[in-house]
Design a protein around this ligand. Sequence first.
Ligand code: ADP
Ligand code: MG
Length: 450
Amino acid sequence: MNLNQFNINNFNDFGLNKELLKIIYNIGYKIPTEIQVRCIPAFLRGKDILAIAKTGSGKTASFVLPILNNIKINNDLQVLIITPTRELVIQIYNFFKLFINYFKKIKILSLYGGQNYNIEFNNLKNKPNIVIATPGRLLDHINRKTIYLTNIKILVIDEADEMLHMGFIKDVKIIIKNIKILHQTALFSATMSFHIYKITKNIMNNPEEIILNKNKINLNIVQYYCFINYKFKINTLMKFLETENFIRLIIFVKTKDFSLKLSSLLEKKGYLSSALNGDINQNLREKIILNFRNGLIKILVATDVASRGLDISDVNLIINYDLPYNINSYIHRIGRTGRANNIGKAILFLEKKDLKFLNLINKKFNNNIKRINIPNFNTLLDFRFNKILDLIKKNFYRNNLILNFYKSFLEKIINNLDNKEILDITLSLLILVYENNFSKISYKDLLKFK
Ligand code: ADP
Ligand code: MG
C-alpha cells in the first residue's frame, strides 16, 4: 500500500488530538492500516461512510479514533454504535476504555441483553456521551423511555451487512427513526451483498465508499478442507487436535446442543474447552470469553454467535466442524484468525454431499483452498513419541544417559503396541515419570490407535 497517496505516513498525519496520539502509540500501533488511512480523514470531516475491508484489518479503530477526536464534552448522548452480538458490544466498549481512562470527562455506556437492567438504568441517568448497544436491548430502552436519541450526531453500524439483514433490519430502522437530527452515519463490514448494498443508500447521505479488497481474500489465513464420512467426524477431529499446533482454537458447529456435547467430550479427553452459544446465560458467556482470552480455555466450541467481529489474540486455528450457512458465514468464521499481521489456519470438514459448497468458496478464493490429509496412524505415533520425548527431555534434561535410555525404550514401546506386557510396564513407568500429568485416559488413547 502506498500511504503517501493519501498524504498519510503515520498516525501523526491525521491531525488527531495529542493525548489520543499518545495512547495510540502506547497501545502499540505504529502505522495506520489501509482502512484507517482511508477512513479516518473522511470520518473526521463528518462524511457518511461505507467501509468494506477484510476481517482483522483494524476497522474498530477507524471509527473509535475520529469519534474520540470529535466528541464534545457536555451532557449529550452524541454517539451511538450498534452491533449484532453482546460479545462485540463488550469488545468495542473495552477498546474505547483504553482511551476513556485518559479522557475522564467522556462517559461511555454499553447496553446489551442479559445485562442487569438496574445497572443500565442508573448508568443512563448518568448521561453517557457514547452508547454501544445491541439493537434489541436499545429498542427496549427506547420503548421504556429510558434513553433518547434526540442529540445523536454520529451513528456507527458495525457488521453492517448483518445488521441490515432480515434478523435485524426492522429494529435498526426503528432506531434510525428515533434519531431526529441530521447525523453522520458510518457502516463497517468485511462482507457486503448487493442486496444489502442497495439498502445502505437509504440510510446514508452521499457516502464516501471505501471498498478495499472487494473480492480478495485475507492472505494471512491458510485454508484447508478434507472430506470425512460423518460417522468419523469426531474421530477425525481428535486426530487433528493431536497433530495441529494450536494456541487457541475455535471449532464452529451448527447447533447449540451439539456445541455443548462436543465441548464436554473434549473436556473429558483432557482439553481445556468450553461451549459458546446464544442459550448460555450472559454472565457465563462473558466469563467464557474472558477465560478464552486469558488462556484458561484453549478450545471454544461455538455456534455462529462467535463468528462475527471477535478479536482474540493467538487464535491460530479455526475448524469448521459443521458446514457454514453460506459463504459470508464462512468468511467471518475463518476471520477469527489471521488478524492484524498474524498468520492463521482454517480447516473445513466436508461430507461428499458438500462438494458444491467447496466449489463455491474455491471460486471465491481463487482456488486457494487446499486439501489436507487426515493424520494417519503413523503420523499420530510420531507425534506421541515426540511429545513424550519432549516431556522426558524437560524432566531429565540434565541427564543424557537417562534420556538415551528412555529414547530407545520408548522406540520399542511405540513399535510394539500389541504387546500387553510392554504396555503394562510402560503405563507403570509413565505414571512414575509424569506423576499426575499422565492419566489413564491418555493411556487408553494410546491403546486405541493400535
Ligand atoms: P476488524 O474490525 O477489521 O475485523 P479489528 O478492529 O478488530 O479488525 O482489529 C484487528 C486487530 O488489529 C486488533 O487486535 C487491533 O488491535 C489490531 N490493530 C488495529 N489497527 C492496528 C494498527 N494500526 N497497528 C497494529 N494493530 C492494529
Ligand atoms: Mg470488527
